[in-house]
Design a protein around this ligand. Sequence first.
Ligand code: MN
Length: 368
Amino acid sequence: MTDQMTVEKDLTTGGRVGYLRIAVEEAYAPPELVRSFRDLLDRPDVDPGFESLMGFYLRSDAERPRAVQRKLQDLGDERLADMDSAGIDHAVVSLTAPGTQVLDVARAREIATVANDRIADACLWHPGRFSGLAAVGFEDASSAVVELERAVTQLGLKGLICNSHVKGHYLDEPQFYPILEAAEALGVPIYLHPQTPPAQMIGPMLDAGLDGAIFGFGVETGMHVLRLIVAGVLDRFPRLKLVVGHLGEALPYWLYRLDWMHAAQVRAARYESSKPLELTPSEYFRRNIWITTSGMAWPPAIMFCREVVGADRVLYAMDYPYQFVADEVRIQDDLPMSRDELRAFYETTAVELFNLDFPRLAQGGGDG
Ligand code: MN
């Protein structure tokens, strides 16, 4: 007989462990985007955060960035083999940071269309293995709405990727409201994914080597989430669904202080921008926000997040190919949860949140 624990930690796909593993923050770059990134890196006025991030991944000769660069552009055999080796049944693929959000308006539109078509093709070729999120060019909101509607209603994509700030601008600014309104009306989530902080924020992070995924990503993206909350965007669009990676970019740990200080600031009328909200900041986390474990395979932090934002709002993500570590799947398989809780964490919360409808292979071993 096979040892029970060995079976439970087995990184096989197909549901033998009791659930399908769905990874929801999995990055893709069409070769056309990589070419645009290379062109931007050659410009004398290149953004410092972009140069730090993509200068590393596209110009370094070290082994990891070269592998990341290659894997980012693949939606076929190499990615499927990597998913198989880590026990990942299904990946929700999205355009890698900073995506369209460093490009000029026309190129952003073109790349969004190419990315959406390419991801939709991969979903058609491998319907059991891939779903995808839509990209748009955020600076032209009316064309972004048209592209989001096309991607969701015609291509079958399941949400919108936003790689945080748009050249130093944030989604709480009214020029982006039509995009938020369209996502809310379509019922699809917006995945608010990091990129490097904008020029006006990056200075003291960059010289310390803290601007990237190590810290700056989380600070900037966490602030983006908070801007949406305190600006009242989630009162204006109460059914908007936001997905935030890296265990909520540290915000769950801040919720007590955010609630206390926001209430104090509103009472004191200290800032024009600190207006009364319909809910407390932490209540928006329990109504509008889901958080994923991308890059944060750390059981105490995962369990803390489940406690403070709700177990039904914390779901699995890998962050392929940037953090492709099969042992992190084993760690999360071993979280102190029941089989039903693990199934929600890896499978059913993602299915419901993104309205996934992929075909399932026959599940379970011979005796079910
Ligand atoms: Mn990521």
